[in-house]
Design a binder for this molecule. Structure first.
Ligand code: DX5
Ligand code: ZN
Length: 218
């Protein structure tokens, strides 16, 4: 299994966003996690298409776009056109989740579905076969710098079992409160894609990424 670090630029310094992304790229992060918030699905607003389009020229790394947006089906074409490689939508935000999943695939993007901490895995029962990734939120989405919710350990284990039972090849991404102190444990639970915002961008980006990779190897 491939283990991937996806730094969340929500915690980057926006006045030097391009430089921060270049540093994360040079330090070996395979993906760049891009949090889009609409002030409706989550109680915060971040940034949207123009920013994604602009930073697309900074790196060739995978753009992992996490849409915390109500009814994201309205904007799939636009996010695909900005250079998203993965588009992840929240199950809670889609009236017709299956339709949105197909829309993303039709655009040639990889598709992820995200679940808030309190959302049960059963919402995936009839859609899991179509997914490239499931994103388990390990904080209530909206802000960086929150603490990992321990109850998500079991949710990750259960999801890994569910994927294995069905014989699928689906990535498990974990987002929220991931640090060098808990990343090995989260990996042990069955996750293979790790989002980290404040643990990457607060302080020395290169040092932080090195630390996370080292901790991940254990
Ligand atoms: C939270 C976002 C996360 C956030 C993670 O709503 O989806 O991607 O940036 O930040 P940390 O790693 O600081 O918890
Ligand atoms: Zn995110």
């Amino acid at each position: 299994m491939e283990y991937i670090l996806s730094p969340s630029i929500l915690s980057a310094d926006f006045k030097t966003l391009g430089d921060d992304i270049r540093k994360a790229d040079a330090a070996g992060a395979q993906w760049i996690h891009i949090d889009v918030m609409d002030g409706d699905f989550v109680p915060n607003i971040s940034f949207g298409m123009p920013v994604i389009k602009s930073i697309r020229s900074v790196t060739d790394k995978v753009f992992d776009v996490h849409l915390m947006v109500e009814e994201p089906g309205r904007f799939i074409d636009e996010f695909a056109a900005c250079g998203a490689d993965y588009i992840t939508v929240h199950a809670e935000a889609c009236t017709h989740l299956g339709r949105v999943v197909q829309q993303i695939k039709e655009k040639g993007c990889k598709v992820g579905v995200s679940l808030n901490p309190a959302t049960p895995l059963s919402v995936l029962d009839y859609v899991l076969d179509d997914l490239d990734m499931v994103l388990i939120m390990s904080v209530n989405p909206g802000f960086g710098g929150q603490s990992y919710i321990e109850a998500m350990d079991q949710k990750i284990r259960d999801l890994r079992n569910m994927i294995e039972k069905k014989g699928l090849d689906v990535d498990i991404q974990v987002d929220g409160g991931v640090t060098a102190d808990n990343i090995a444990h989260i990996k042990e639970c069955g996750a293979n894609v790790f989002v980290a915002g404040s643990a990457v961008f607060n302080g020395d980006i290169e040092e932080n990424i090195k630390k996370l990779f080292k901790a991940m190897e254990v």
